[in-house]
Every structure is written in structure tokens, then in C-alpha cells.
Design a binder for this molecule. Structure first.
Ligand code: ZN
Length: 405
């Protein structure tokens, strides 16, 4: 690729543009290209919600394959959730993960510390010791059920200057559900997960955040009520941000199929919920898009809606999907998408601005499992035609991904 074929998007400042071009120049020649095309540099995306499964579940994903997938998707920073074995609830347990990160990561990886020991919700983790090394605290995978436990966690997080990032879910309201408690579940005889199981806990945690003054981040918001509650809390000055994931913006329960590829938690909600999420993005209630990249083995995803594990992969398809279906259709501006994927997550979590990716935004590609670098192959977007192909990702001054010729 010749550097004259490259333009920098999402910035008008000549200093920024020159910096990106200068950083890319040494690598440009090794990137395959077509001489008549123009390519675009985008700022490195940052995903604050991924599951890389190591240590403990490396048959699903590893730091090596997870960061390769992230770099393929244009990401130059990710935050890894703590539902691992061991759970990073002490410095020693966290070290089991950071040792692998130091050895294998292709892009910067920022691990979460657990809120409670073993994510069991009974005892706080060693938050003080973890604070300097953990990007924030989360018990993702489940909600912290006891109010008093969340209160103490937020007090502690506040005194340590850290964010509590919560997976909000009331276990009592789950009742064995595994897809949204809506029209599809009723028509096909499936057990549903109510919207209430999510927003009730968000409501509780917003109240605790208000009382303690803690910085609170809501993971994977999926319901209309959740958006409304967060909008109100922001108006009242609560220190809250939130994320949603590409699949909640692009799919709803009308799109469900009898396949594990459509099973994740929270589940795909109703059309109304999906429309509320889009509004939430447009009015700034939703601050960022995270993929909740949650790989599993083929077998674990092959047991239909009822029996499959919760979770789909997302890092390698997020930008092309959102670019094709939100930006190209005029629903969200390009600038806004970059804010949601690169700028806002870094701002909120204090992650340095670093790296970029180089895209052919006119190229079309079909989403196939065989193109994924992730070990996880389960996605509801298989065979979807998207626009935008990443040719190269640079993180910390090194090539983290380059498209093969
Ligand atoms: Zn979660």
C-alpha cells in the first residue's frame, strides 16, 4: 500500500492526521492493496467487555486467540471479564491472568478484578490490593444479589477511585428462562427471561451509586426500561455510564432461530427494546458499544436454544455490522460510531488512546466462521453481507493484524 492511498477518518486536526500517517508509514508496504483504491485509518477501538477464558477455559478461547480476533476487528484495547478459573479476586489469582497477557497478548489487555470472592456474591474480593492492577471491578456473568454487598462494593470502589461495572440480573426473576420472555418464547414454547430481571437490579444499583457517589457502569443494557432508568439517573447527576452490544441494536426476538447461535444473556429483546436502544445511543444515554465477546466450544453451542451455553462472539464483526447497518443506512453518523467504539470507552475507563486500523470501507464481505481468528464461531450474523474490511491493525507501535494476500 502506498501511503498516498490512505486517508484518516474521524479527525479533522492536521496534527492527529499526520501522527497516524507517520505511524502507519513504516508498515504500509507490507499491507496488501489495490492501486486504485482509497483506504481509511480509524482510531483503535476499545471494548470494555470481552471474555478471553484464560486461565481456566482455554478450550473456548485464549489470550492469544482472543487478542488476534480483537486485532482482526480493529480493536487496540480490550477489558477482560473475571469469570475465569481462578477468578481474579486476589493479586495472586489476577497474576495467573496477567502472566499470560504479558506472554501472549497482541494488543493491550486490561483485566477486571472480581467484586466478590469467586464471584459468589458472599464476600468482597481483595479490592484494595487489586485496585492498582485492575481496570475496574465486575462480577460479570451474574448479578450481585445482595444489596448490602453491592453497597459495600460501591463504597470501597469509591474510596479506591475505581468503577463498578455490573452485570445486572435478579436471579429470583430468571425462573429457568433462556430467551426473551416475549412473542417468540410464547409461540415456540420456550421459557422466557423477563425484562424486569435486568432493570430491577439496574434500578437498585443506580440508587446505591447515588447514595455512595460511586462510579457505576452498567454492562450490556438490553431493555427499554433500563435505558429510561439510566437516562433519569444521568439527569439526576448519578455517576453512571452504560454499554450495549451490536446484537441488541441490530436484532430482536423476531429474528430468533432454533439455534444456539441466537442465545446470549441478556437475550435478544423485543423490537420496542431495540428501538429504545437506538434512541439511547442517539441521545447519549448509552455511552459505548461493547461486544460481550463470549466464545464457547462448538459442542456447547450446538444444543439449541434451551441447551446451549449463553454467549456469542463479536469482536471480528462489530464494526462491519454497525457500519453497514447503522451508518450506511443513515441511522447513526460515522463520527458517533467512532465515539461509541473508540473514544467514549477510553475516556470513561481511563485507557490511553493508542493504535489504529486501516480499512477498505467499500469492500464487501460475507461473515463466515472460517474467517474468524477466535476459537469461538457462534454468531447470529452468519452469512450476513457486510461492508468494510480491515487490512491492518497497529497497537503500541506494532502490527497486531495484517490481512493475508
Ligand atoms: Zn454479563
Amino acid at each position: 500500500m502506498d501511503i498516498s492511498q490512505v486517508e484518516v477518518l474521524a479527525s479533522e486536526e492536521s496534527e492527529v492526521i499526520e501522527k497516524y500517517l507517520a505511524e502507519f508509514a513504516p508498515f504500509a508496504e507490507s499491507v496488501p492493496c489495490h492501486p486504485d483504491k482509497t483506504y481509511y485509518i480509524l482510531p483503535g477501538f476499545c471494548d470494555v467487555h470481552v471474555h478471553f477464558r484464560e486461565p481456566g477455559f482455554s478450550y473456548k478461547e485464549t489470550i492469544k486467540t482472543g487478542t488476534a480476533a480483537a486485532a482482526h476487528g480493529g480493536y487496540t484495547a480490550v477489558c477482560t471479564m473475571p469469570n475465569l478459573d481462578p477468578v481474579p479476586d486476589s493479586l495472586l489469582h489476577l497474576k495467573a491472568q496477567t502472566d499470560i497477557i504479558e506472554r501472549d497478548a497482541r494488543i493491550p489487555v486490561y483485566p477486571y478484578g472480581a467484586i466478590t470472592r469467586g464471584e459468589k456474591g458472599e464476600e468482597l474480593s481483595d479490592m484494595e490490593a487489586l485496585a492498582p492492577k485492575a481496570i475496574a471491578f465486575s462480577d460479570d456473568g451474574k448479578g450481585v444479589q445482595r444489596e448490602e454487598m453491592m453497597y459495600r462494593a460501591m463504597e470501597q470502589a469509591k474510596s479506591l477511585g475505581k468503577i463498578i461495572a455490573a452485570h445486572c440480573e435478579v436471579n429470583e426473576l430468571l425462573k429457568g428462562g433462556y430467551i426473551h420472555d416475549g412473542a417468540y418464547a410464547a409461540a415456540h414454547g420456550h421459557r422466557g427471561i423477563s425484562s424486569e430481571s435486568e432493570y430491577r437490579e439496574i434500578e437498585r444499583d443506580l440508587r446505591i451509586a447515588k447514595e455512595t457517589g460511586a462510579a457505576f457502569h452498567v454492562c450490556h443494557v438490553s431493555t427499554a426500561e433500563s435505558v429510561e432508568l439510566i437516562r433519569q439517573a444521568k439527569a439526576e447527576g448519578v455517576d453512571v455510564t452504560c454499554e450495549t452490544a451490536p446484537h441488541y441494536l441490530l436484532l430482536d426476538d423476531k429474528d430468533l432461530r432454533e439455534s444456539g447461535d441466537f442465545k446470549m444473556n441478556p437475550p435478544l429483546r423485543s423490537q420496542r427494546d431495540r428501538e429504545y436502544l437506538i434512541i439511547g445511543i442517539l441521545d447519549g444515554t448509552i455511552d459505548m458499544i461493547a461486544t460481550d465477546h463470549a466464545p464457547h466450544s462448538r459442542e456447547e453451542k450446538s444444543r439449541g436454544l434451551a441447551g446451549s451455553a449463553f454467549g456469542i462472539v463479536g469482536l471480528e464483526t462489530a464494526f462491519p455490522l454497525l457500519y453497514t447497518r447503522l451508518v450506511n443506512r443513515g441511522i447513526v453518523s460515522f463520527r458517533k460510531l467512532i465515539d461509541l467504539m473508540a473514544v467514549n470507552p477510553r475516556k470513561r475507563f481511563g485507557i490511553e488512546t493508542d493504535g489504529f486500523s486501516v480499512w477498505d470501507l467499500a469492500a464487501r464481505e460475507v461473515i463466515y466462521k472460517k474467517n474468524f481468528l477466535s476459537k469461538g464461531k457462534s454468531t447470529p450474523f452468519l452469512r450476513e453481507k457486510v461492508k468494510g474490511v480491515n487490512l491492518c491493525t497497529v497497537a503500541r507501535g506494532r502490527v497486531a493484524y495484517v490481512k493475508s494476500k
